[in-house]
Ligand binder design. Structure first.
Ligand SMILES: [Zn+2]
Length: 113
């Protein structure tokens, strides 16, 4: 006797695949590749600005496959300053701000605009 599989149900694509690494994920499971990268992510000051912005864009546009706090911490590193949660809702603005040259001692400059 064959087991009956629930073939008629579509699962949401975002829960089944890491947008960054295109590997299959179990629902609720983080992406092991994302986790490994974030555990030993390069210092943003040591990578070229273009690479830094590419990585930032990747995290901002992909469906998160890791715990949000990990992602959030890395995005802050890449932007180069603390960010508030509402900024994550506007990735375009965050990207534009991240493209500006960094100002020494101006950690909160963008905060007041
Ligand atoms: Zn991944």
């Amino acid at each position: 006797m064959r087991a009956v599989l629930s073939t008629g149900r579509m699962k949401p694509r975002s829960a089944l695949e890491c947008d960054v690494h295109l590997v299959p994920l179990s629902p609720g499971e983080p992406c092991a590749y994302c986790l490994r990268f974030l555990e030993s992510a390069p210092d943003p000051d040591q990578i070229p600005p273009a690479v830094r912005l590419d990585e930032l864009e990747r995290w901002l546009t992909a469906t998160p496959a890791v715990p949000l706090e990990l992602l959030y911490r890395r995005i802050e590193q890449l932007v180069g300053r603390p960010i508030s949660l509402h900024e994550l809702e506007d990735p375009d603005l965050l990207m534009r701000r991240a493209q500006r040259p960094r100002r020494l001692g101006g950690l909160y400059d963008d905060f007041w605009q």
